[in-house]
Design a protein. Structure first.
Length: 55
């Protein structure tokens, strides 16, 4: 019974240590995508403004 407790105490933190970086990397990836999308939107608006002045 004691061996099972030790095994659980070792496996759970190890699993969390392996899985947690993937979860955090996914959140950073989403933030980077949103930032890039906002940058593209600003660029499109600026291009539309410049085209409007050229006509």
């Amino acid at each position: 019974m004691r061996e099972i407790g030790i095994l659980i105490a070792l496996v759970i933190p190890l699993a969390v240590a392996i899985i947690l970086p993937f979860i955090l990397a996914g959140e950073e990836w989403k933030a980077a995508q949103e930032k890039a999308r906002a940058r593209r939107l600003v660029d499109v608006k600026m291009n539309a403004r410049l085209l409007r002045f050229n006509l």
